[in-house]
Design a protein around this ligand. Structure first.
Ligand SMILES: *Cc1c(COP(=O)(O)O)cnc(C)c1O
Length: 367
């Protein structure tokens, strides 16, 4: 059986280092917001090229805190509309809804799966104040066009960078997390930079927003027992930060391995029944997942099961068709629905063996 993702294999090479870091952590007696969180915030800001990084509890909180921060600062108001790609993980929508804002579902580009700048253009109206971009499956959205539209129309741009740690924009030579006003990252265990539990971060160059989120994520407080705002508790866990400090070192190398495997798939999977993903060959993609499209998906996934090849579907139900988002059910989003109906993610990770890669390529060519 080829696992879709072998998290134990990804993390076991760090076992000794994790253990010694854990022992030091245990001994320190300091378990919340200690030196590991501080170090990670500095290292990750440096890695992304941003002035600020605030560690938080998870990716959803990172995005929600950005919106709540902008509301605190008066740059957004409750009830404002936010454009968002219609094909994404539900967390993206929830960050908007949980902040008292309204999502405007935008169709993606059918080739890249990312939000379409021309569709954004069509939905510009006075009630829309921001665009929440998702770098879906690890590939950067068209940020130069999106930022240009936002500038002309005075909109905020926020990145959901939960799948794109380390992706580099060739035109701007900047990384995911540094291509907009503010970005939310998740370090959920399966992400390209994954903790051993929940973790997340906000990156931004906006000093005021950073200061505001620093308060909001920690009970609205910067000084113990002094509360300036109605905040929440969404701190980055000290132990998770210590694991992330160790794993950040290998992120670029792991992303390179992911691209190498993707290049092999793209070159050698050759089957008219399978549509391969678009990739321009640059570092703007970190292949968080390798997503192909097939008609008659259940037939194809049974074939994968027979061949003992793991797979996942990112994502089986479009957000506007989820029961939780009932008011959006009747939106006309044919590109989004077709994507959700035909996508399949096949195994791709930095710890795969050559044999596994060959087995997958052969099986897909024989389908
Ligand atoms: C994983 C993910 C999130 C949410 O991250 P959590 O840490 O699970 O809260 C948000 N958006 C996208 C696109 C994701 O893939």
């Amino acid at each position: 059986m080829i696992k879709f993702l072998d998290l134990n294999k990804i993390n076991s090479k760090y076992e000794d280092e994790f253990s010694s870091r854990f022992k030091a952590f245990l001994k320190s007696g300091y378990y919340i917001k200690g030196s590991e969180v501080n170090q990670f915030e500095q290292s990750f800001a440096t890695y992304c090229g941003t002035k600020h990084c605030i560690g938080v509890a998870n990716g959803l909180d990172a995005l929600t805190l950005i919106f709540k921060g902008y509301i605190e600062l008066g740059k957004l108001n409750v009830g404002d509309e936010v454009m968002v790609p219609a094909n994404t993980y539900i967390a993206t929508m929830l960050s908007i809804l949980n902040s008292g804002l309204k999502p405007v579902f935008i169709e993606p580009d059918n080739e890249t799966f990312n939000i379409s700048p021309s569709e954004i253009q069509k939905h510009i109206k006075p009630s829309v104040k921001a665009i929440l971009v998702v770098h879906l499956y690890g590939q950067l959205a068209n940020m130069s066009e999106i930022n240009a539209i936002a500038k002309t129309n005075n909109l905020l741009v926020i990145e959901d960078a939960a799948q794109a740690h380390g992706a580099v924009s060739i035109s701007e030579e900047k990384k995911a997390g540094n291509l907009s006003d503010a970005s939310g990252f998740s370090f959920y265990p399966t992400k390209n930079l994954g903790a051993l539990g929940d973790a997340g971060a906000v990156t931004t160059n906006d000093k005021e927003l950073a200061a505001c989120i620093k308060l909001l994520h920690n009970y609205g407080s910067s000084k113990k027992y002094v509360n300036e705002k109605i905040g929440i508790n969404s701190r980055l866990d000290e132990l998770q930060a210590s694991f992330l400090n160790i794993k950040l070192r290998d992120l670029d190398q792991d992303n390179e391995k992911r691209r190498e495997i993707a290049k092999q798939y793209l070159k050698r999977i050759n089957n008219p029944k399978i549509t391969l993903p678009f990739y321009d060959g640059s570092h703007n993609h970190v292949f968080h997942v390798f997503v192909i499209r097939v008609e008659g998906r259940s037939h194809f996934t049974s074939y994968l099961e027979q061949n003992e090849i793991g797979y996942l579907i990112h994502y089986p139900i479009a957000p506007h068709l989820q029961k939780a988002l009932l008011p959006y059910k009747s939106l006309y989003l044919p590109i989004t629905e077709a994507i959700h109906d035909t996508v399949v993610s096949i195994p791709l990770s930095p710890v795969m063996t050559t044999v596994e890669i060959e087995t997958i390529i052969n099986a897909l060519n024989l389908y």
